[in-house]
Design a protein around this ligand. Structure first.
Ligand SMILES: [Zn+2]
Length: 151
């Protein structure tokens, strides 16, 4: 499975790659010095809108042309011949890239709104930042959006 490092201007795309289950680092610095080091040492593909990369990065860089999220996601999927693996979806935290783990209902009671606790049974927790996820309406919207993008 591909691993990515996404540059600053593509924050939304980074979140969507995480939703799809890809290990996606988000690079927020303006300079590219440590970008190269991180990409090479961690085996990540650089996803960027800027053709500023040096020759040494050419082979591991995917330059995105569109400024629209849907098109951007389509570009990544097409260029790298990726497909959506539903088993991998929702396995990563969209905020920090940590792995999500199943967690029991009682353990999250204090951290979520009461109506969510009453109406949901399946919860996931980020192993890194502790954010809690559940299969709400948001989840369904994501799948609808993906179907539209990738059709
Ligand atoms: Zn997290």
């Amino acid at each position: 499975m591909f691993k990515f490092i996404v540059t600053k201007e593509l924050g939304k795309l980074a979140r969507w790659l995480r939703i799809l289950g890809f290990d996606t680092a988000y690079y927020t610095s303006e300079t590219q010095g440590t970008l190269i080091i991180k990409a090479l040492s961690e085996g990540r593909i650089v996803v960027t809108r800027c053709r500023r990369a040096s020759d040494s990065l050419d082979k591991i860089t995917l330059v995105i042309n569109s400024d629209k999220l849907k098109e951007q996601l389509r570009e990544v999927m097409k260029e790298l011949h990726l497909s959506v693996d539903e088993g991998k979806m929702f396995t990563r935290c969209t905020f920090c890239n940590g792995m999500l783990e199943r967690t029991d209902k009682d353990g999250v009671k204090e951290s979520i709104p009461e109506y969510v606790f009453k109406t949901h049974n399946e919860f996931m927790k980020c192993a890194s930042c502790g954010k809690i996820y559940w299969r709400g309406t948001h989840w369904g919207n994501i799948q609808d959006t993906l179907n539209k993008i990738l059709r």
